[in-house]
Write a protein that binds this ligand. Structure first.
Ligand SMILES: Nc1nc2c(ncn2[C@@H]2O[C@H](COP(=O)(O)OP(=O)(O)OP(=O)(O)O)[C@@H](O)[C@H]2O)c(=O)[nH]1
Length: 248
C-alpha cells in the first residue's frame, strides 16, 4: 500500500532513474548514499515497515502503493549516510507464476541493497521470498547485493502460517540476515534490519577499508638491519682477527 500523502515527516522523492531523482541525490551534498528497495508480496506490510523505519510510527492506514521513494539520514559507524528507501508495489502471483513489472525491475536494478519482506500469516508470501531473491540475483549478476529477509506480523500468532525457524533456514540458505518483526508493535527490530543492511553497503562502498586490508596494514614489517649494529659487529670481528694474528 501507499503511505498517505500528507505525512509531513516523510520527504517524498521522484521515481528512481528520473532526472528529478538525480537532482535531489543527497550524495551530491557530500554524504554517501545508500539506496534500498523493499520488496515482497502484496499486503505483507512493506509500507508499514518503511514508515516505521522512517518515523518510528505505525499508522495502520495506507493507500495502495504507487511505489514511492523516501529518504532519511542514518549514523553508521560515526558517519552520516543518506538513505533512500524505495517502497514497491506488491508482487502479484498468477496461475502461471509471478509477474515482475518493469517498474519493480527498475527499482531492484537501482538499489544497492534489498529488503525482502514476507508475512508470517501468509505462507505464499514466504514461498515468494526465495523466488524474489533469485530474481534480485539475476538482475544484479556478478554482484553480491546485500539482502535482508524480514518476516513481518509476528504479533499475529493466532494467524501464523510460517514458523520463525523456516524464515531463519531460508535466510541462511540464501546467505542473508534474518529478522522476525512486528512492525505494529516494535520499531527496534525494524531499525536493526535496515541498520545491518546499511552497514553492509557502507563496507562494500569502501573496499579499501575492508578488514582484510586493514589487517594486512597492521602486520609488522620485518625490521631493516640496523647499520650501526652491523658496523659494531664488523669492528668486533675485525679486532678479534687482529688480536689472533698479533698473538701468533
Ligand atoms: N497486525 C499487524 N498488522 C500489520 C503489520 N504490518 C502491517 N500490518 C497491516 O497489514 C496491512 C498491509 O500493510 P501494508 O504496509 O500496506 O502492506 P504492503 O506490503 O505495503 O501492501 P501492498 O501495497 O499491497 O503491496 C495493513 O493493514 C497494515 O496495517 C504488523 O506487524 N502487524
Amino acid at each position: 500500500m501507499r503511505l498517505i500523502q500528507n505525512m509531513c515527516t516523510i520527504a517524498e522523492y521522484p521515481a528512481p532513474g528520473s532526472a528529478a531523482a538525480a537532482d535531489c541525490c543527497l550524495g551530491a551534498a557530500g554524504r554517501r548514499l545508500v539506496k534500498i528497495a523493499v520488496v515482497g508480496a502484496s499486503g505483507v506490510g512493506k509500507t508499514a515497515l518503511v514508515v516505521r523505519f522512517l518515523t518510528k510510527r505505525f499508522i495502520g492506514d495506507y493507500e495502495r502503493n504507487a511505489g514511492n521513494l523516501y529518504t532519511r539520514q542514518v549514523q553508521i559507524e560515526g558517519e552520516t549516510l543518506a538513505i533512500q528507501v524505495q517502497d514497491t508495489p506488491g508482487i502479484q502471483v498468477h496461475e502461471n507464476g509471478l509477474s515482475y513489472t518493469e517498474q519493480l525491475n527498475r527499482c531492484i536494478r537501482w538499489a544497492d541493497a534489498v529488503v525482502i519482506v514476507f508475512s508470517i500469516t501468509d505462507y505464499k508470501s514466504y514461498e515468494l521470498a526465495s523466488q524474489l531473491h533469485q530474481h534480485v540475483r539475476q538482475l544484479h549478476l556478478g554482484a553480491r547485493l546485500p539482502v535482508v529477509v524480514v518476516a513481518n506480523k509476528a504479533d499475529l500468532l493466532h494467524l501464523k502460517q510460517v514458523d520463525p525457524q523456516l524464515g531463519l533456514q531460508l535466510a541462511s540458505m540464501l546467505g542473508c540476515s534474518f529478522y522476525e518483526v512486528s512492525v505494529s508493535e516494535n520499531d527496534n527490530d525494524v531499525y536493526n534490519a535496515f541498520h545491518v543492511l546499511c552497514k553492509e553497503v557502507s563496507h562494500k562502498q569502501q573496499p579499501s577499508s575492508t578488514p582484510e586490508k586493514r589487517r594486512t596494514s597492521l602486520i609488522p614489517r620485518p625490521k631493516s638491519p640496523n647499520m650501526q649494529d652491523l658496523k659494531r659487529r664488523f669492528k668486533q670481528a675485525l679486532s678479534a682477527k687482529v688480536r689472533t694474528v698479533t698473538s701468533v
